[in-house]
Write a protein that binds this ligand. Structure first.
Ligand SMILES: Cc1cc2nc3c(=O)[nH]c(=O)nc-3n(C[C@H](O)[C@H](O)[C@H](O)COP(=O)(O)OP(=O)(O)OC[C@H]3O[C@@H](n4cnc5c(N)ncnc54)[C@H](O)[C@@H]3O)c2cc1C
Ligand SMILES: NC(=O)c1ccc[n+]([C@@H]2O[C@H](COP(=O)([O-])OP(=O)(O)OC[C@H]3O[C@@H](n4cnc5c(N)ncnc54)[C@H](O)[C@@H]3O)[C@@H](O)[C@H]2O)c1
Length: 459
């Protein structure tokens, strides 16, 4: 039986972060990986992979908006070319992942990892023991109890589509559906494009701010994306070469492609967690703020933990787990997880970026707040790029501390990150307002002067 200081389960972003950091601190480390394409979701079929489509979609959208403002004809787009570019990147990922581990002196053990007890794994028939384990097994698309769901593809399939047919139905009104629907709207070349998002909940994009979501839904509508909420889908039926998505009310939506993007469940079923005394639920593996499971020598990080499914959150969680494992040797500066200022960004066009509270949550929790809100912004920034649906909502407490921010813009990420840093460093709205006066000008960030003024004393 092989023995290590730490065995990491999963070679995705969380597993890699943990493995490299632990190895660099002098521990013996092995990574178990069940897939024959190591490298994880973000690189192969998530954040990194889909961003190839976003960059082209954003350029196409911006160019279309600039028609008559200096751009003479809209750009010709080629889905096939974007796909080729994406594939050129993704095909290098598994090899680079393995080479990287080897160079660092991290062993890779191929096979499905299952706990035999809290100190031992079976990995593809090989017994491996360790003092610590980091479970970083990720998530997979949620199987839906819908008749004919096998007729739907998942996000993996979407990112491999050889061409974009005319009619898409997305099941679920979450991150993936909105981003992909915007890719279809900008990268499709047919005139009869019809994209429908069917959401079961009373509104789409539940974790985001309701008012801002309604603005994004309206912006999406102008691009031919229809969003229906409160929908109960009963079946996905084959109809010749196409499909019909039928609801409980008997409404039927025709589609050439149906995508199941109704959420991702933690990938924990193979792990035999019970044998190691690890508690878990449908939401994922239970962890404390140090990412420790109910078995003290076993940590869970990334999408498999019952926390937040975002790539850099996964990496941060991995660093916190590493810190906890190295505790006896001094650790480092990553003591505990704090999710209060986790930013999220939807790569639609406009992007929707948020951090902190939504206005709905503040009302629900009875937290007093002031807000600065604007929509259909006609500032020069947006007039210049022909964007008519930029908007913002910034929420502050009665003491002037930021509580949340919501931005619809072509660069929501930059603005959100500035406010995130202000939240983390307790910089009040008043101070950021004054400091925004000298932000790089003119830029999306310098527009924060206008957004923050209503929250300052100098109204
Ligand atoms: C389409 C899409 C777009 C996304 N876009 C973004 C974005 O823009 N920004 C963002 O922050 N996040 C985004 N995400 C989420 C992000 O990709 C994930 O949060 C992140 O990849 C999770 O990393 P991970 O290391 O936890 O899991 P993964 O990368 O999924 O890695 C888990 C690994 O564990 C392996 N494994 C599982 N079980 C076992 C076992 N029993 N034995 C051995 N190996 C096992 C798997 O094969 C896999 O390689 C997106 C996700 C998707 C699907
Ligand atoms: N830009 C980003 O950061 C980004 C992009 C893509 C994915 N992600 C991550 O990946 C995760 C998974 O993405 P996702 O879009 O699959 O999930 P999601 O949780 O964002 O959205 C899923 C939606 O499907 C709905 N739903 C569930 N069952 C349904 C049904 N039977 N019929 C209709 N609607 C149904 C849910 O109510 C929910 O609104 C996200 O939560 C996010 O953490 C992040």
């Amino acid at each position: 039986m092989s023995a290590y200081d730490v065995v990491v389960i999963g070679s995705g972003t969380a597993g890699q972060t943990a493995a490299y950091e632990l190895k660099s601190r002098g521990l013996t480390v092995a990574v178990a990986e069940k897939s024959n394409t190591p490298g994880g979701t973000c690189a192969l079929a998530g954040c990194q992979a889909k961003k190839w489509f976003y960059e082209a979609a954003e350029t196409a959208a911006k160019s279309n908006h600039l028609k008559g403002r200096g751009i003479v004809s809209p750009p010709q787009v080629s889905w096939a070319d974007v796909l080729r570019g994406k594939n050129k990147f993704t095909t290098t990922v598994p090899g680079n992942t393995l080479t990287g581990f080897k160079k660092a002196g991290i062993d890779v053990i191929s096979g499905v990892a299952r706990f035999l007890d809290e100190k031992t794994l079976d990995i593809g028939g090989r017994k491996v023991s360790a003092r610590f384990f980091v479970v970083a097994s990720g998530a997979h698309p949620m199987p839906l109890p819908i008749e004919g769901i096998e007729n739907a593809i998942t996000s993996d399939g979407f990112l491999e589509l050889p061409s974009l047919p005319g009619r898409f139905v997305f099941i679920g009104g979450g991150f993936i559906s909105f981003e992909f629907a915007h890719f279809v709207a900008r990268l499709g070349d047919g005139p009869s494009r019809q994209t429908t998002i069917l959401e079961a909940a009373p509104r789409a994009l539940g974790p985001f701010d309701a008012e801002m979501v309604s603005l994004l839904v309206a912006a999406s509508k102008t691009e031919g994306i229809d969003v229906h909420t409160g929908v109960r889908i009963s079946s996905v039926e084959k109809d010749g070469n196409a499909f019909r998505v039928v609801t409980g009310d008997g409404v039927s939506y025709a589609a050439d492609v149906v995508v199941n993007s109704a959420g991702r469940l933690p990938d924990v079923n193979d792990l035999d967690l019970d044998r190691a005394g690890i508690d878990f639920s449908r939401r994922g593996i239970s962890v404390n703020a140090r990412m420790q499971t109910t078995q003290p020598n076993i940590y869970a990080v990334g999408d498999c933990a019952s926390t937040v499914q975002l790539a850099r959150v996964a990496d941060y969680e991995a660093m916190v787990a590493v810190n906890a494992i190295l505790g006896e040797k001094g650790g480092g500066g990553w003591p505990e997880m704090d999710y209060s200022a986790v930013p999220a960004i939807l790569f639609t066009y406009p992007q929707y970026g948020m951090v902190g509270y939504t206005e709905d949550a503040l009302k629900h929790e009875g937290i007093p707040y002031t807000k600065s809100f604007g929509k259909n912004l006609s500032w020069p920034t947006y007039r210049r790029i022909g964007m008519s649906d930029a908007a913002y909502k910034i929420l502050a407490g009665t003491d002037g501390a930021f509580l949340g921010a919501h931005i619809l813009s072509d660069n929501a990420a930059g603005i959100i990150n500035t406010i995130r840093l202000a939240m983390l460093n307790r910089i009040p709205a008043e101070t950021l307002y004054r400091q925004s006066m000298m932000s790089p000008y003119p830029s999306r960030e310098s527009d924060m002067l206008y957004m923050l003024k209503p929250l300052s004393q100098e109204k």
